[in-house]
Design a protein around this ligand. Sequence first.
Ligand SMILES: [Zn+2]
Length: 418
Amino acid sequence: MKVDLIIKNAKQLITMQGPSRARVGKEADDIGIIENGALAIDDKRIIAVGNSEQIAIDYQSKNMIDAADKVVMPGFVDPHTHPIFYSTRENELEMRIKGKSYVEISQSGGGIRSSISGVRESSENELFELSKKRIERIISNGTTTLEAKSGYGLSTQSEIKMLKVIERLNHNLPITIVPTFLGAHEFPAEYKDDRETYIKILTDEMLPEVAEKNLAEYCDIFTEEHVYNIEQSRRILTKAKQLGFKIRMHADEIKPIGGAELAADMGAVSADHLGAASDKGISAMKESGVIATLLPGTIFSLGMQSYARARYMIDNNLAVALATDFNPGSCNCDSMQFIITLACLNMNITPAEAITAATINSAYSLELGEEIGSLENGKKADILVMDMPSYQYLPYHFGSNNVEKVIKNGNVIWDNKM
Ligand SMILES: [Zn+2]
């Protein structure tokens, strides 16, 4: 049979074959390796997976990719990013090294508030061009599906502007970008002492308008002692659910205030960060099928040690996903490869578990696990050809890009050898 594309001779073909759900417990360590593997791709989808001899007998194509001595694996799915902003904030890294606190940085004009004024004062076009370049670099590092949040506008108009930028990026870039509304990222300065009024704007104005314009799939919130408490979070998320949004949460990053438990209670698809999540919260998430999306890049970039307990979560059958948390303040990392290194070395999970968390489980964290995240018959052909001899090489060789080719829907969208 003639097909659009064949990828052959992969030293290791990482299929991620397994049950049609996020992988838990020991499943996470099984990545379905085929030695000397090959794939046949037709009409944007994978139609055959096997060893190279068998695929060569059954399929022919004018387009062949020879992956000899290389690893072929699913494209990375990055389910937590904040890529829409105006200025970068590298000066804050130096201030942190010199011992300045979050409050001192904020008082000298930095922190999230500087990102908010940047977004408010720039045009949709400016934000689009800046964000497009950033996401192109993310693509070159192997990400084929990306979640992107608003949350640096914190007014109806500027949050809508951010979501429109995300919509345009999704149409203009070759990868899939999933939009999330994060109007509850912080309290804007003008409502610092009148939080109830801002919550009212969120529930009565922003959420209905975002829903009406169909600009976001998910509603996210920063649930933490100094931002949105449990009661406020519950109110906002309840309204979001009524309007048809699915839920993700920034939960229990710093203190165990019950964010993980609330995520379970609200039926969130994902709860993220979780550096301080309690045993009870972890078990509640497991019972409700909430995925734990962990962001070790943020802890690393802030020079902290409070990594989420990924080892405990996996051992207790909670599904774990990984994301970059790409953002202008606490984590300016566009590489899921580096996140995998951090997850292995600082959260004590195996290379295979980290790859599971960065592909199939992160796909389920965006409810896209039936379409992407593994190389199985019928799935979208979102594939990486990696210039490396084995999957263990991925966390081992860090600080440079192991990706040779990025394939989205069966088309090569990035080739680092060109
Ligand atoms: Zn975040």
